[in-house]
Design a protein around this ligand. Structure first.
Ligand code: TYM
Length: 342
């Protein structure tokens, strides 16, 4: 990298983001996150993490977890994350995440965590049986970001509340300890893909934990599976209108048009104009072709990488060393600020 690029990168700031290796990566992860991560690589210093410590907040079979960490890393690379340009690593290889999370457990307030909607959704009615880790998870997420003094965090819409909490924790730490150690973190929540909904229910988020395989398109689905899932996607009996605002009250139609727009890099209005007056049979055929065209190269590359554990492991090890080199002086400064002897 030339000195010029280096200086410019630093001026733009430092990006941190991550995804949980707790199941198959899906279209929501790709459109809401990975695709945007790739776009930032040339203008920011980027750190992309497979957040394995977040994954164990719910039960993970150890062998399956190991495979899913590698699969997540393969998905990042297949989507276009370049391990030369960006740092790609798994969270548990850098001890500062756990150390800072503990400090933040002591900064963050119970009342703040009680407001987190994702905990309520994930714990459900069985709140008393949820792990303590699931409850304090947002403090670990704040630690992930602030361990690197990251300034920008590209995520899907569902992470917005966690990023607001990150800002609150950073501000409270800075106030309590009369320091400016932590920057104000800017969320980057962009474009049509920021909130991809389930193919079975236009009002529920597309998610790894939905029991129905037909609710999501996985990044390792082949063309036939993609076709079947789109064919079975819930729709309504009406035709496609001329403009996107006329889709109001039709959540499944809004979702499919949104997915089309995101994949084709078009506006929802442009998609409606193209399919105006047509039914969902036609539209789904077009969407299938588009999804297969965009996703097949990713699926193929993931399959290729998954035959090469040694390569993936070496990328993650190298990335962890680079991440550790950035984190080390920052965590030392944090410990000193808190009053620990180091
Ligand atoms: P996770 O693993 O649930 O999702 C990874 C990324 O994918 C985005 N995403 C979606 N975007 C649009 N539509 C959807 N249906 C959809 N589903 C998922 C998420 O918004 C996210 O950007 N807590 C985080 C992981 C995390 C993290 C971090 C992120 C841990 N530490 C620090 C950023 C910075 C999570 O569970 O994401």
């Amino acid at each position: 990298m030339s000195d010029n690029t280096n200086t410019q990168t630093k001026q733009n700031g430092r990006v941190f983001s991550g995804a949980q290796p707790s199941g198959n990566m899906h279209l929501g992860n790709y459109l809401g996150a990975f695709r945007n991560w790739v776009k930032l690589q040339d203008t920011f210093e980027c750190i992309y993490c497979v957040v394995d410590m977040h994954a164990i907040t719910v039960w993970q079979d150890p062998e399956t977890l190991r495979a899913q960490i590698r699969e997540a890393a393969a998905a990042y690379i297949a989507a276009g994350v370049d391990p030369e340009k960006s740092i790609l690593f798994n969270q548990s290889q850098v001890p500062g995440h756990a150390e800072l999370a503990w400090i933040f457990n002591c900064v963050s307030r119970l009342g703040w965590l009680n407001r987190m909607t994702q905990f309520k959704d994930k714990a459900g009615k069985n709140r008393e049986k949820a792990s303590v880790g699931l409850y304090v998870y947002p403090n670990l997420m704040a630690a992930d970001i602030l361990l690197y003094q990251a300034t920008h965090v590209p995520v899907g819409e569902d992470q917005k509340q966690h990023l607001e909490l990150t800002r609150d924790i950073a501000q409270k730490f800075n106030n309590d300890f009369k320091t400016d150690l932590f920057p104000e973190v800017e969320p980057i929540i962009q474009g049509e893909g920021a909130r991809v909904m389930s193919l079975r229910n236009g009002s529920a988020k597309m998610s790894k934990s939905d029991p129905s395989e037909y609710s999501r398109i996985n990044l390792n689905d082949d063309a036939d599976t993609i076709q079947q899932k789109i064919r079975k996607a819930k729709t309504d009996a009406e035709l496609l209108p001329a403009t996107a605002d006329q889709l109001e009250g039709r959540p499944e139609a809004i979702n499919l048009v949104g997915i089309y727009a995101a994949l084709a890099d078009m506006s929802r209005d442009a998609v409606c104009a193209e399919y105006e007056g047509k039914g969902f049979g036609d539209f789904k055929r077009g969407l299938t072709d588009l999804a297969v065209e965009k996703l097949a190269p990713i699926t193929e590359e993931m399959a290729r990488l998954q035959n090469d554990n040694a390569y993936i492991d070496s990328i993650l090890k190298n990335g962890s060393e680079r991440a550790q080199a950035i984190a080390e002086p920052i965590i030392a400064e944090i410990k000193k600020t808190v009053g620990f002897l180091t």
